[in-house]
Design a protein around this ligand. Structure first.
Ligand SMILES: [Zn+2]
Length: 635
């Protein structure tokens, strides 16, 4: 190459070292897509490597949504920097690439290091950028020439990630369609879980407020269980047993970890029997696809995929909203709106119903019986009703401050220090949510009746656990094995013509027996993999007249560790170690594995579990019996 000696030496440097506005926009597109891909990789790696934090807690579509939202954020940001470049070319040319390259790393660091101060990640990103941006701009001519290829590769990656979800859904549907139909007469199965509904706050069980008129009517058509107990006082562990019939300790269920894939689920069993399977869940924290509860379902709807939810999926947007929510100069009304946007609207029972009904309408093979699972989360804290819904009990929230007290403060506050009117307000709010939930249950039942579906359906309505509202100075759930958290409603309505007159069962039963019950009623005579016995023995067999000498199925409840949200500030029994409870006859035995403390309550004369008999010599034989039973079940 011949150099022109008349040109100054500096002119040999590539002119593209100082990028123009168009270069900046191209760089923002590339950084946006790359930032999104890095964030996705960080989330996947974090889930794979962590033993204690394995839930994504976001829509499964995040694999393509996160890059797309990051792209939009970076393009917006790049546009602002391009405008700056027109006004102040030198400043824009220096600052633009550094900021874009700096923020490229931030989403990945935020996603990988949840719990670390975001300011630390921001500083680290900018530090990387101050080193990397000059390197990139020094080779800009080369990078610019190859950028279209790089962008094409990134766009292809995002498309493949989105396409893999659609392909997975298509394959599951094809597998279901290929299975032979079950024999004629196989009923539909509808399993409805009322998340966080304690039995004694329902009028179905004598509560003084009419919180459950629709459930009351439904129970008139089937079997009502008065002493049904969940296997665990929190969502994932309880649902895991409800789906598999395995005790929580057998499954090794832990907070923030999905259920293991070893035990057959009800959806897998019924799917193999030729059922169409679908789940519609309101509790998008512990019932989403990443909890493993979706296993066996062909169709599973958890997170609502609306625009606001999609935008929130990116770590940068989440960080911005959180920062704004804590930004003191922001007007209270604006802050309230930001908090609402950051939290997202809870998926109410009315939405869950609509999803089920839409799915039923869209079904291409209506002759195929279905197994549908519904989880309604409306009674779960923060006890806030959907907008526009009235409060039949108590005055209801009177201001944004009231809503914020429930939405922001309730779980974190030390409730024992609150004035009585604040506790009464929370209890009223809980009851109002129960009434709303019951109304939605009634609306669904009415719709299914209108469609002629209910008569051909085995309906099971229950709850995954209860809720502490101040008894034993405990609030929330996942904190103890007292009956406030363990006793749940259970109503089973067999298909028309296959049931008995209304029956009430007063014995203790465990939700662990639901899989065996459904399997036996839906596919009589078919071998199934579920432990326990079918509860139909209470209305088809000797039932309440069951021989005293027969060995009842154990009614075990377990809690390995306390609620990580710490709603009782470390005062809960679970904070002293794992808990186990057994119920039999009229007695409930609770043992704390941590300090060896034992409690024995007689449900007949001490239903509030205030006076333990464990220390009384008169009750020693019963104590010994429970100890022996527990050591057999929990070796
Ligand atoms: Zn729950």
């Amino acid at each position: 190459m011949t150099l022109d000696p008349t040109r100054p030496e500096t002119s040999l440097k590539p002119a593209a070292q100082r990028p123009g506005a168009l270069d900046l926009m191209l760089l923002s597109v590339a950084c946006g897509l790359a930032a999104g891909e890095l964030e996705v990789a960080a989330r996947v790696a974090r889930r794979s490597l962590s033993t204690t934090d394995q839930l994504y807690l976001m829509t499964r579509h995040f694999v393509w949504l996160v890059p797309v939202v990051n792209l939009a954020v970076f393009v917006f940001f790049g546009g602002v920097l391009a405008l700056l470049m027109f006004a102040r070319p030198r400043l824009g040319g220096w600052l633009g690439p550094r900021l874009l390259v700096g923020f490229l790393w931030l989403p990945m660091l935020l996603a990988a290091g949840r719990g670390v101060y975001p300011e630390a990640w921001l500083l680290l990103s900018l530090g990387i950028a101050s080193w990397l941006a000059p390197v990139i701009m020094g080779r800009w001519a080369i990078i610019r020439a190859r950028l279209p290829w790089g962008l094409a590769v990134l766009a292809a990656l995002v498309s493949i990630q989105g396409g893999s979800i659609l392909l997975g859904d298509w394959r599951k549907q094809r597998q279901e369609d290929a299975r032979p139909l079950p024999a004629a007469g196989a009923p539909n199965v509808l399993l409805i879980v009322l998340d966080t509904v304690r039995a004694d706050h329902l009028s179905l069980y004598g509560y003084e407020r009419p919180t459950s008129p629709n459930l009351d009517r439904l129970a008139q058509r089937g079997v009502r269980f008065d002493q049904a107990r969940s296997a665990a006082p929190w969502t994932l562990a309880s649902h895991a047993t409800l789906f598999t019939s395995r005790w929580p300790h057998e499954l090794g269920v832990q907070w923030m970890r999905p259920i293991p894939g070893s035990a057959t689920t009800l959806a897998e069993f019924l799917g193999r029997q030729g059922y169409a399977t679908a789940g519609f869940v309101g509790n998008t924290f512990y019932c989403s696809y990443d909890s493993g509860l979706d296993r066996g379902f062909t169709h599973y709807q958890d997170h609502v995929l609306d625009t606001a939810g999609a935008i929130r999926s990116a770590a940068l947007v989440e960080l911005t909203l959180k920062s704004l929510a804590n930004f003191a100069p922001l007007l209270p009304a604006a802050r309230f709106e930001v908090i609402k946007l950051a939290a997202g609207e809870r998926k109410g029972a009315h939405v869950v119903n609509r999803e089920l009904l839409d799915w039923l309408t869209r079904r291409k093979e209506p002759r195929r019986p279905f197994f549908a699972f519904l989880n309604y989360v409306d009674a779960h804290a923060p006890y806030v009703l959907p907008p526009g819904v009235g409060s039949p009990f108590g005055p209801g929230p009177q201001s944004e401050a009231d809503v914020l007290f429930l939405a922001e403060g309730w779980q974190a506050l030390d409730k024992t220090r609150l004035p009585p009117q604040a506790l009464a307000f929370a209890r009223d709010s809980y009851d109002n949510c129960l009434a709303f939930l019951d109304g939605q249950l009634g609306a669904l039942i009415e719709n299914l009746e209108r469609r002629g579906i209910l008569d051909q359906t085995l309906l099971v309505v229950t709850a995954d656990h209860g809720e502490g509202l101040g008894e034993h100075d405990l609030f929330d759930h996942g904190e103890s094995l007292y009956r406030t958290e363990i006793r749940v409603p259970l109503v089973i309505v067999p298909p028309k013509g296959r049931g008995q007159a209304p029956v009430a069962v007063r014995r203790f039963v465990s939700l662990r027996e639901i899989p065996a019950t459904i399997a036996e009623l839906a596919r009589p005579g078919e071998a199934h993999p579920f432990s326990g016995e079918s509860l139909s023995r209470f209305w088809n067999g000797p039932g309440e007249r069951e021989s005293e000498s027969s060995i009842p199925s154990p009614v075990l409840s377990e809690l390995v560790s306390p609620n990580p949200l710490n709603p009782n500030q470390g005062r809960s029994p679970a904070s002293r170690g794992p808990l186990a409870a057994l119920a039999e006859g009229d007695l409930v035995y609770i043992r704390s594995q941590g300090d060896g403390r034992e409690q024995l309550f007689d449900q007949n004369d001490d239903p509030r579990e205030l006076s333990s008999r464990a220390q009384s010599p008169d009750w020693r034989p019963m104590l010994e019996k429970f100890r022996a039973l527990l050591s057999r079940i929990q070796p």
